[in-house]
Structures are given as C-alpha cells and as structure tokens.
Design a protein around this ligand. Structure first.
Ligand code: ZN
Length: 155
C-alpha cells in the first residue's frame, strides 16, 4: 500500500519521515520527497575518517530531489535519504539528509516493497550501517524457473 502525504510546516524532515515509516510499519521501501526547506543539515561521509561531516545551510532551499529508502536498523524502520537542494540562484548542493532539515513544505511518497525485509548492520570496511543482504527478493522468487527470474530481474 502506497503511503503519500505532506509533512507539517516547521517540522524536522527526517523525524517526520521516520515517524511515517514507523506508523506504516514499512520494513523495506522506496522514498521520494520534494518541496522546500527553511534550513538544512546534510552530511558528507568522510571515507578516511569514517564519519559524517555536517554541512549546515541556514537559509531557504528548494528540495529539487529527495530520494531514499526504508529498511530495518536495530529492528525498527530507518529512513535513508539523500537530498539535492537549490538556493535562490538555482545552484544545487546536496548530501545525506540529517536531523536539522526544517520543512517549509514537503510532499512525500513511500512505496513499500511487499515481502521484502532489508536489515542494516555495521560494516567494518566502510564504517557504515549497510544492508546485510547483497540481494533481497520477495517470497517465492527462488522457486520460480530461472527464465522467469531473469525476466523479473531484467524486464
Ligand atoms: Zn547516505
């Protein structure tokens, strides 16, 4: 069942999207969001230091594109979202959405992936909590003949 709606003016983007995913009990899904922020905090992952560097923008920005996913981290729905944000001149910045993105207006869509459960676990190599599975397929997929599996994977 598709979950669509708008987020409250003045709310925190990630807190609200996470609340929607929790309330809707999404265990795996795709996320899209567009709209505008009053201020933004995005992360750039330092691959050597293995931590996010926070980039704070204290002015209004358009959400040109917000895309991400929902999976389970520590057993609870977890939203991973990346943002492309444009300023008043149309210049785009972006990064990994963090707490501190204040909604001016935001329209979201969460598309659950039925039958799939994606779980995050700490990955030593990257220092990130990545999906445990290399490939997650819905129930019954493994029982399909190989040619049908190929058709579904490469439509
Ligand atoms: Zn990210």
């Amino acid at each position: 069942m598709l979950v669509v709606g708008k987020l409250p003016h003045g709310s925190d983007l990630m807190a609200e999207l996470t609340a929607v995913a929790v309330q809707s009990d999404v265990k795996a899904g795709m996320v899209q969001v567009i709209g505008a922020l009053q201020r933004a905090t995005v992360g750039f992952y330092d691959q050597w230091g293995k931590r996010y560097r926070e980039l704070v923008f204290g002015h209004p920005l358009e959400i040109v594109a917000g895309m991400g996913n929902v999976s389970l981290r520590d057993g609870a729905p977890f939203v991973h979202l990346h943002l492309s944000l444009a300023d008043e001149k149309g210049s785009v910045i972006g990064g990994h959405a963090m707490a501190g993105c204040t909604v001016f207006a935001a329209e979201y869509l969460i598309l659950p992936l039925p039958g799939i459960e994606l779980r995050r676990a700490y990955d030593e190599t990257t220092g990130l909590h990545l999906w445990e599975q290399d490939r997650a397929t819905p129930p019954g997929f493994a029982e399909l003949p190989p040619e049908q599996q190929q058709t579904l994977l490469n439509p």
